[in-house]
Unconditional design. Sequence first.
Length: 239
Amino acid sequence: MADEIDKRVAANKDAKRGDVARELVKEILKKHQRIIFNGNGYDTAWHAEAAKRGLPTARNTPEALALMVQPKNKKLFASFGVMDEATLDSRYNVWMEEYITKVDIEAFSFINIGNTMILPAVTNWISELGSSLATAASVVKADTPGPLKQRLATLLELSSKAVAETTKLEEMAHAVHKKEGLEKQAFAGVEVRQQQVVARAAVDALEVLCPASKWPLPSYHRMLFTGQVYEGDVHNEAR
């Protein structure tokens, strides 16, 4: 913009720099108004709006990084001396490998926490609840009330779903390393990430049906309002 202002001022000695700058800003805004969006850029409605305006939309990291190595963008970086084509390609490969590594770490961390902490805790609670209901029914010489049976059935159903979705995530996380190039990037960036969301939803559904004392991870309520991260937290007891 500064170069264009200087050019226009030099071409018209009577022109005032401020007036030239204002006119140039008007031209740029009129030309590029379509990129300005004051709504929620994270909402899916923006994808439709962007398409309507003829703008590209990158919905995940692989798609966003792929835009950087398009020929026109390589030319742009090179023309300003930022990065030549070889350097940009190298950066792209490093960034993609870093992203896939992070997806891999997140997936296997989720799998490990689910298999060694959450699912065993839920299984123990189901067993304890089932025994308690059976004992109560035998004491009062009556069948267990329907709602209590339904709660137990729901826990069993959700725990089965959590196991199934976590197992599927594990299979997909291993499958990433059998793929190469763009296929690997797309699989990690879309398929594995989507499966993480599905598996997380299954586990979250279990959390609201288990007692806080049985859940192996700190809840938001415990962290935000009690200052106690785990049961028997030393810092909390010291207060």
